[in-house]
Design a protein around this ligand. Structure first.
Ligand code: GLN
Length: 240
């Protein structure tokens, strides 16, 4: 089995080690005998989403999100949209998550029109939402993460949240939601990165990828003793 990952804008959107998500996916698939290839899809490089099984986009600052906008609209937006609607697995973090929505109005009034692949919008405020946080997915996975954003995201009816808040701000600090979920697309504010800290979530994505490409596949359990100890420590220190 071989899985191909497209890493969008790895040189521009990589806050707080977001590329660790690719490493976690790769290591957890390699440990199960699955080969993984990752291509860097940078500015100026076109790509066809059909060539990939997973799309990944990290977070960035308002500045990078603005700089990328022209490039995004030269065709990458249509490919990403096609992948999302077609049920490919996609993980988008913070600034990258915001770019899947309709628009991001920055705290200083700049309007960034995004691709509108998903039904939500984001508006910034000067007070940033920062800290360790936790939320629970519909499968009952308690995810720990770290957030640092000015944007407040408001979901429309066409999508569901990735989780409900246990502690922290999440999408907007008001409605108790965190991130977005639609088909096999997962958007979240969690940097840090999220997948090495939350192996159950990493395996949820991997099982969806394998199901897409090879039909339902049982995942061999891995030894997550250290990861679980780390998660419990984060909960103890910051969450409960
Ligand atoms: N620029 C966005 C915000 O501040 C995203 C930041 C990030 O990716 N951490 O809301």
């Amino acid at each position: 089995m071989i899985i191909n990952i497209a890493h969008l804008y790895p040189d521009m959107l990589n806050l707080y080690g977001d590329r660790g998500n690719i490493i976690a996916l790769t290591e957890r698939m390699n440990a199960r005998g699955i080969e993984v290839k990752t291509d860097a899809i940078t500015m100026g490089k076109s790509f066809n989403a059909d060539d990939y099984d997973i799309l990944f986009i990290g977070g960035g600052q308002d500045f990078e999100q603005d700089v990328l906008l022209d490039d995004l609209k030269k065709g990458k937006d249509a490919e990403i949209n096609k992948a999302i609607q077609g049920g490919k697995v996609m993980l988008a973090i913070c600034g990258g998550y915001q770019m899947l929505g309709k628009y991001y109005k920055t705290y200083d009034g700049k309007m960034l029109e995004y691709m509108g692949a998903l039904d939500f919008y984001t508006e910034g405020k000067p007070e940033r939402m920062i800290g360790n946080y936790a939320f629970k997915t519909k499968e009952g996975i308690e995810v720990v993460g770290f957030e640092n954003h000015s944007g407040r995201t408001y979901l429309g009816d066409g999508v569901e949240p990735l989780g409900t808040m246990i502690k922290g701000y999440g999408n907007n600090g008001e409605d108790g939601t965190e991130g977005v979920r639609f088909n096999n697309t997962f958007g979240t504010y969690s940097h840090g990165p999220i997948l090495p800290k939350n192996p159950q979530l990493a395996d949820l994505l991997i099982s969806k990828v394998l199901e897409n490409k090879y039909g339902k596949t049982e995942l061999t359990p891995l030894d997550d003793d250290l990861e679980e100890k780390a998660r419990k420590q984060v909960f103890k220190l910051y969450i409960k």
